[in-house]
Design a protein around this ligand. Structure first.
Ligand SMILES: [Zn+2]
Length: 148
């Protein structure tokens, strides 16, 4: 969804977020709206619970870290967000519904980089096929270090 198509109401919450929560079968509550707004509007797409918490604090919102965890888990169960469990317990959340992509994680900074590679996608199908299977899903994470 283009950000320009988001309808805003006076308190900064979007009407769209309201509908998204309802569509996901979740009751519209202020913490849920605020967290959904952070996920939709932040520059970065991948956030740990702590990242979301910090952004809320920066925005002057009074939402506790435990609430952030709880809401993100509810969002995950409702299919609104995907959780990626990277190495070392580094878990990040991103809004679902995006096109398929894979991730790289910088082991020094924790930065998450998205990529799509047509050859890798095709190769994975071929490998599954060679073993007599149809590929139904995959999860590829590269752990990287910035070149010196
Ligand atoms: Zn991603």
């Amino acid at each position: 969804m283009e950000s320009s198509t988001r309808i805003r109401i006076l308190n900064g919450e979007s009407v769209l977020s309201n509908q998204q929560l309802k569509d996901a079968g979740l009751k519209v509550t202020l913490p849920r709206l605020k967290i959904l707004n952070i996920l939709e509007n932040a520059r970065e797409k991948h956030h740990s619970a702590e990242d979301v918490y910090k952004l809320l604090i920066e925005a002057g919102e009074d939402v506790g870290l435990a609430t952030v965890y709880r809401v993100l888990t509810q969002f995950e169960s409702a299919g609104l967000v995907c959780r990626h469990n990277f190495e070392d317990g580094h878990a990040v959340f991103e809004l679902s519904g995006d096109n398929h992509h894979d991730h790289m994680v910088c082991v020094d900074s924790g930065k998450v980089i998205e990529f799509v590679d047509k050859q890798i996608e095709e190769l994975q199908h071929k490998i599954a096929e060679a073993h007599g299977y149809d590929l139904i899903d995959h999860n590829l994470v590269l752990y990287v270090k910035k070149k010196k």
